[in-house]
Design a protein around this ligand. Sequence first.
Ligand SMILES: Nc1nc2c(ncn2[C@@H]2O[C@H](COP(=O)(O)OP(=O)(O)OP(=O)(O)O)[C@@H](O)[C@H]2O)c(=O)[nH]1
Ligand SMILES: [Mg+2]
Length: 208
Amino acid sequence: MCLEVARVHHGLVVGQPNVGKTLLCLRLAQASSNLVPLIIHESPSGGIVERRLHLKDAISTLVSAKPHTTVGIQTLALGFGVKVSERFLLDDTTGLTPDIEDQMVRSGMARTLERIVCATVILHVVDASAGLARNQLNRTDELIRSVSMATKVPYFLIFNKLDLAGAPEKAVSYRKRHRETKIFSISALKDIGIEDLLDNLRRASVVK
Ligand SMILES: Nc1nc2c(ncn2[C@@H]2O[C@H](COP(=O)(O)OP(=O)(O)OP(=O)(O)O)[C@@H](O)[C@H]2O)c(=O)[nH]1
Ligand SMILES: [Mg+2]
């Protein structure tokens, strides 16, 4: 369901499970000076839990190598934008993947897809250390990319895990062949490339 507040900017963070979506959201909050973000968790069944966590606690509670750690939608506000018209919310989502039996995860994925139409900017995160072959995204990421592009809102393709072997080379070679796409190479773990991404989000959220 889209938030019915005029001109609140909604960044949607999408991607496959375990690519670093949640850690990226928390790094962006940190870089925007929101060090104790209020995190609103909406479960696949619609239940809402709000909690305010220090970043360190948020990272240890919400980030994990186990796929589908995030099930539902987790919203947090970035620290820039004092006026409502400038407020920037980030929706962290359930990782999208085919062939999932678990009903909760499937409902969570359905909620992710619903949110795509509400987003004012889409941040598509891929694991640069794993997800690229022959300068192509894999099939699931290609699908996420084409659905995102269909919305006509700004689309950022984010290669994460740049600290891992092989990732920088893959990101560079993909970028050479896809100059039309706004691409960011980052490491959410090592806090690399986050400021630049945040600057671009700020620019994308200037009230038109
Ligand atoms: N090496 C490395 N690991 C990372 C990076 N970003 C995230 N990770 C790790 O990847 C794992 C998944 O991170 P999450 O942020 O939970 O990923 P997610 O996409 O939110 O995962 P789901 O909620 O399960 O869909 C964790 O073990 C993180 O520490 C990165 O830049 N480099
Ligand atoms: Mg997550």
